[in-house]
Design a protein around this ligand. Structure first.
Ligand SMILES: Cc1cc2nc3c(=O)[nH]c(=O)nc-3n(C[C@H](O)[C@H](O)[C@H](O)COP(=O)(O)OP(=O)(O)OC[C@H]3O[C@@H](n4cnc5c(N)ncnc54)[C@H](O)[C@@H]3O)c2cc1C
Length: 506
């Protein structure tokens, strides 16, 4: 869902009226799942099956595990029976067969191949975007080999990494040096470059999207020229390249704002939807991080907060996201045709008198795993429209009996990157999902008008139906970005037909 789908982190409940010491500390797996198991006698076996919470092999979660030296193999092409290389995105809705697939190991190699590569040239990170930003019939470029920690300084609060480094690797490399990122998205499979390119974000009124932690970046133009930019050096290229949609060239290196590593406490609790919607603004203001998952057709939602605690505290339990998702799906499968009965059963099955508290190093709590694949849309609305838009999204989705994925609500601080959906405004993000293999057209046809009414800018990496004319009107610096793009790539070698259409380029 951007978190949401496999991730209704419903785990702990506290009173809907106030926050206090959680009633009990239980496995998140036990929340809704236990409730349903008790009420409906389903899925009890799942209660004992433990999973790592951060989506990585369990061994890597051990504090003593060495940080991986480089990114895991990312976009390794699958061999088709004919022996050709085909690429597809995480959710499987986009595929392509590039003429050539390149994984350069040095910037010199990259420069050389960019000069002669057949276009359109597109970079691929971890392939986790739902929009067709990556597919090309020309050259597909992976920066998997341009990854790793190059330099770091706790005193200066900064670290430089290869742009192909995965977020999960970044966290471990920094942790090994006593450092940490300020924030993370729901998952950490993305590459740094891929995450920046679409304005990937986490939650927290005090935190911007990941690109706001960029202190500097190195960008290679399609002609093979390496530019080093920062707010002081080539500031216009920097403002354009922070969120670039991969349209300006190839990001090779990033310097990030980092801090001393830190521990967080996560609290999760279930409460009535109405109570959570009323409390959301206060909770968002009171906690380092707050997010909300509304569970459609149940009348309940899950609130999640993260707050900093002294380094060293660790209290773990197991993740229940998949179990909650499975239970919501079962309710849909069994009772979807009778929404009133579905809600009645859910309200009796859910036991809100449970809660979860977990404490650990920040990156182990901020990102989790999404084994269940899905397609997703997300609108970023002005902060003041957030709850009204969320209410409308819930009401719209509850008209469709097939819906079961939690709806995710997060807050993001505004910034100044030209194509950032958070440009110039603090925002709330509302995301909806449909399981892989199930129809997802209604995410656009029915939620599109809702998002429009509330002035949403779409997440660049998630499904949306905005035209270039609409996008131009939503982004005050649209023309400035277009000018930089034309200067860096006058021949449009980075532009596929989709990219041309998206950017309104002929
Ligand atoms: C399960 C799941 C959970 C998610 N959770 C969140 C979330 O919590 N918050 C959020 O905001 N989003 C979330 N997303 C969306 C995701 O973070 C973005 O789509 C992100 O861009 C994916 O990064 P990637 O490395 O997979 O890049 P890709 O999807 O492979 O590429 C994205 C863009 O980056 C460009 N690119 C890649 N590498 C380079 C490079 N070296 N130089 C220039 N351009 C480059 C590509 O050309 C493309 O335009 C989620 C997606 C999934 C599937």
């Amino acid at each position: 869902m951007s978190g949401a789908p496999g991730r209704p982190k419903p785990s702990s409940h506290r009173s809907a009226q106030h926050e206090g010491t959680p009633v009990s500390s239980v496995s998140r797996r036990g929340l809704l799942h236990t409730a349903l198991a008790g009420g409906l006698s389903i899925g009890a076996n799942g209660l004992v099956e433990a999973q790592p919470a951060s989506g990585v092999p369990k061994a890597e979660l051990e504090p003593t595990a060495p940080a991986p030296a480089a990114s895991p193999a990312a976009a390794v092409p699958a061999k088709t029976p004919a022996g050709t290389n085909r690429w597809r995105n995480w959710s499987g809705i986009h595929t392509c067969q590039p003429a050539t697939w390149q994984v350069p190991g040095t910037v010199d190699e990259l420069a050389d191949l960019l000069r002669r590569a057949p276009g359109p040239i597109r970079c691929v990170g971890a392939g986790h975007s739902f929009t067709p930003l990556v597919p090309t019939a020309g050259t597909l470029l992976s920066l998997d080999r341009l990854s790793g920690l190059r330099s770091h300084s706790l005193k200066d609060g900064q670290a430089t990494l290869g742009a192909g480094t995965r977020l999960q690797v970044t966290s471990r490399l920094l942790d090994a040096q006593g450092l940490g990122l300020y924030n993370l998205p729901d998952i950490d499979a993305q590459t740094l470059a891929g995450a920046m390119a679409t304005a990937t974000h986490g939650t927290g009124v005090g935190f911007g999207a990941l690109h706001t932690d960029l202190l500097g970046l190195s960008l290679m133009t399609p002609a093979g020229q390496l530019l080093h930019c920062s707010p002081d050096k080539l500031p216009e290229v920097f403002a354009a390249a922070q969120v670039s949609l991969g349209a300006l060239g190839v990001l090779t290196e990033v310097t990030l704002r980092v801090r001393a590593h830190y521990h967080l406490q996560r609290r999760v609790w279930l409460a009535k939807t109405q109570d959570l919607l009323d409390q959301a603004p206060t909770l968002a203001a009171q906690h380092r991080q707050f997010e909300l998952y509304l569970l459609p057709f149940t009348g309940y939602g899950a609130a999640i907060t993260h707050d900093e605690v002294p380094v060293g505290q660790v209290q773990r339990s197991t993740a229940a996201d998949e179990d909650v998702l499975r239970d919501l799906r079962r309710l849909r499968d069994w009772l979807g045709r009778w929404p009133a009965l579905r809600r009645w059963v859910a309200q009796r099955a859910i036991d809100p008198n449970q809660s979860e508290t977990m404490t650990d190093v920040s990156w182990r709590l901020l990102s989790t795993q999404r084994p269940t694949r899905f397609n997703e849309t997300e609108g970023h609305v002005p902060h003041e429209n957030g709850i009204a838009c969320l209410r409308e999204v819930l009401a719209t989705l509850e008209k469709r009996n097939e819906v079961f994925f939690p709806i995710e609500f997060r807050t993001i601080r505004g910034d100044q990157a030209w194509l950032s959906p958070f440009y110039g405004r603090d925002s709330c993000s509302i995301a909806a999902h449909a399981m892989q293999g199930e129809p997802h057209d209604y995410l656009l046809s029915e939620l599109g008008p809702v998002y429009r009414r509330h002035g949403a800018r779409p997440h660049w990496g998630k499904l949306h139906d905005r035209s270039p004319t609409e996008l131009r009107a939503l982004y005050p610096q649209w023309n400035a970005f277009a000018a930089v793009r034309r200067e860096l790539d006058p021949q449009g070698r980075m532009l596929t037909p989709y990219m041309k259409q998206l950017l309104g380029e002929t």
